[in-house]
Design a protein around this ligand. Sequence first.
Ligand code: ZN
Length: 192
Amino acid sequence: MLRGHRVAIDRQSGLSYFSTMAKLPIVILPDPILRKPSTPIEQVDAEVRQLADDMLETMYAAPGVGLAAVQVGVPRRLVVIDVADAEDGEKPNPLVLINPKIVDLGSHTRLHEEGCLSIPDFRVEIERPATLTLEYIDREGEARVLHADGLLATAIQHEVDHLDGKLIIDFLSSLRRDMVVRRFKKQARAAS
Ligand code: ZN
């Protein structure tokens, strides 16, 4: 998910332990892999941790608040998120979510204008549950439970949607969705 109209987090301040991170190319609409459901990760090994670290690097550089592995062309159930706001003086708070599963959604909703790193220059207001409970495996392979609200709850739902092949344009009417997809197909043709 895209960061709002604000500057990127200053990574220098708190993330130096990710010493070998590499920026990965982000897959853009209408690449069909974005519609592919991602498969669960069986084992949290060095390869998975490296992918997570590279995804964090890619997300911070974008800048974004969330990125799913399928968005860098790897359809596995791995998401990275950091909703910390550097402009408000918040320290980076990277979350690595492996096999994330939303087990409970609150009844109140929250409206947020969402953007997506795979759909550049496009935003849409989406109403989603404002709170949720998430089960996931962390970067060390530990099973964890997270209660989220605010922007974090929105970002988690956005990224978990990616793992199921769902995009923010699916919240539009089919007419508007087709218009957006056509625009991106045209851009892809012009670029190739
Ligand atoms: Zn997205």
